[in-house]
Design a protein around this ligand. Structure first.
Ligand code: ADP
Length: 335
C-alpha cells in the first residue's frame, strides 16, 4: 500500500516539476525564437537588396545565405538542448521525488505500523481470557448433571475473567487517551500528588504489610494532575506488587536545578538486565513465570507511565537488581 502511495506521490511531484520546467522551456524557446526570427527577417531583407543590386552580375550572396542556415541550426540546437535539459530534470526530480515521498510517508507508515502492532497485541491479550471463558461455559453446558453448586462456581470463575477483561479494556482506553491528548497543565504540589497516589495504593500495601515512606521537599511543578497522580499510582502499584510482604517502599525527591526527580524505591523481586530495555514497551512482562502468581497485570502500566512522563516533557528510568529491588526515577521539568 505504501509503495503504491509513494509512487503516486512521486508522480504528483514529477507532474508539478515537469509542468514548471516545460513552461519555462517554452517561454525560453519562444523568447529566443522571436529574436532569431527578427535577425532572419533582417538577413532576408539584406539578401533581397543584394539580389536586386547584383541581379545582372549573377553573384551569389554567400555570407547572407550562410547566416540564414546558422539561424536554422541554432533553432534546432536550442530545441535539442531544451529537450535534454527536460529529460535531465525528469530523471533527477523523479529520483529526488521518490526519495522525498518516502521521507514524507515514513512517519505515517510508522504510525500505521504502531497502530497495527497495538491492535495485534490487544487482541492477543483479549483472546486468552475470552477463550478460557468460552471453553468453561461450553464444557459446563455439555454436562447434563450440572449441580447448582457447580453452576455457582462456574459463574464465579466467569466473573473473574470478566473483571480481568474489564481491567484490560480500561487500561487500553487509558493508553489511547494519553496518546492523543496534550495535557492541560496547571501548577502542582509534589507532596499533594504523591499523597493522592499513596492513598490509592494504601489498601494494597496494607494487605501485604508494606510500609510506604515519603521523603519530599514539596516542589512545585507544572502538569496535568490526574495524569501525574496516575503515573505515581502505576509506579507504587508495581513497587507493592513486586515486593515481598513486610517490606518497604520509599518515595524520595532528588531535585536538580531544572528538573524534579522523584525516585520510587522498593526491595522487591527486581528486574533482570535483559528485561530492563523492554519493560516500558506495551504488553511486556518480565519473566512471567517468576511473578505471575502475585502480579496478574497486562504489561501496560509502565508504557502508560512513560507516555505520561513524555507528555510532560520528562522521562522515566529504572535501576534494578534481581532479588534486591528496583528504583524508578521520574524526571519532570521544574518551574
Ligand atoms: P504489569 O501490569 O505487568 O505490572 P507494567 O508495564 O507495569 O505491567 O510492568 C512491566 C513489567 O515490568 C512487569 O510485568 C514486571 O515484570 C516489571 N516490573 C515493573 N515494575 C517492577 C518492580 N517495581 N519490580 C519488579 N519488576 C517490575
Amino acid at each position: 500500500m505504501f509503495h503504491s502511495t509513494r509512487i503516486k506521490l512521486t508522480a504528483w511531484y514529477l507532474l508539478i516539476i515537469m509542468s514548471v520546467s516545460i513552461l519555462f522551456s517554452i517561454t525560453i524557446y519562444s523568447g529566443i525564437n522571436r529574436e532569431l526570427k527578427r535577425i532572419e527577417t533582417f538577413q532576408k531583407i539584406r539578401q533581397e537588396r543584394f539580389e536586386n543590386r547584383f541581379r545582372d552580375f549573377s553573384i551569389p550572396p554567400p555570407q547572407i545565405q550562410q547566416g540564414l542556415e546558422e539561424i536554422q541550426n541554432s533553432r534546432e540546437h536550442l530545441i535539442l538542448v531544451l529537450v535534454f535539459i527536460n529529460i535531465g530534470i525528469f530523471i533527477l526530480s523523479g529520483g529526488a521525488g521518490y526519495f522525498l515521498a518516502g521521507r514524507t510517508l515514513l512517519p505515517i507508515q510508522e504510525m500505521v505500523d504502531e497502530q497495527n502492532r497495538f491492535i495485534t497485541d490487544a487482541s492477543h491479550e483479549l483472546r486468552t481470557p475470552l477463550t478460557s471463558l468460552r471453553s468453561e461455559i461450553e464444557v459446563n453446558l455439555r454436562d447434563k448433571n450440572l449441580t447448582l453448586a457447580q453452576t455457582k462456581k462456574l459463574l464465579e470463575s466467569n466473573l473473574e475473567e470478566v473483571i480481568s477483561l474489564q481491567t484490560l479494556s480500561d487500561t487500553l482506553i487509558t493508553l489511547t487517551r494519553h496518546k492523543k491528548t496534550q495535557a492541560a497543565f496547571i501548577k502542582l504540589s509534589l507532596s499533594m500528588v504523591i499523597a493522592e497516589a499513596v492513598k490509592k495504593i494504601a489498601p494494597l500495601a496494607k494487605q501485604k504489610h508494606i510500609t510506604i515512606t515519603t521523603k519530599l521537599r514539596d516542589s512545585i511543578f507544572e502538569g496535568e494532575k490526574q495524569s501525574i497522580v496516575e503515573l505515581f499510582i502505576i509506579l507504587l502499584d508495581n513497587a507493592v506488587k513486586y515486593s515481598p510482604k513486610n517490606s518497604k517502599v520509599t518515595i524520595a525527591e532528588e531535585s536538580s536545578d531544572s528538573f524534579l526527580i522523584v525516585a520510587v524505591t522498593d526491595c522487591g523481586i527486581g528486574i533482570g538486565q535483559k528485561d530492563i530495555p523492554h519493560i516500558f514497551n506495551r504488553f511486556y512482562q518480565a519473566d512471567k513465570a517468576r511473578q505471575k502468581s502475585q502480579a496478574g497485570g497486562y504489561g501496560l502500566g509502565l508504557s502508560i507511565a512513560k507516555k505520561i512522563a513524555e507528555t510532560h516533557k520528562g522521562s522515566i528510568s529504572v535501576e534494578s537488581k534481581i532479588n534486591k529491588g528496583s528504583i524508578f526515577r521520574v524526571k519532570l521539568p521544574i518551574l
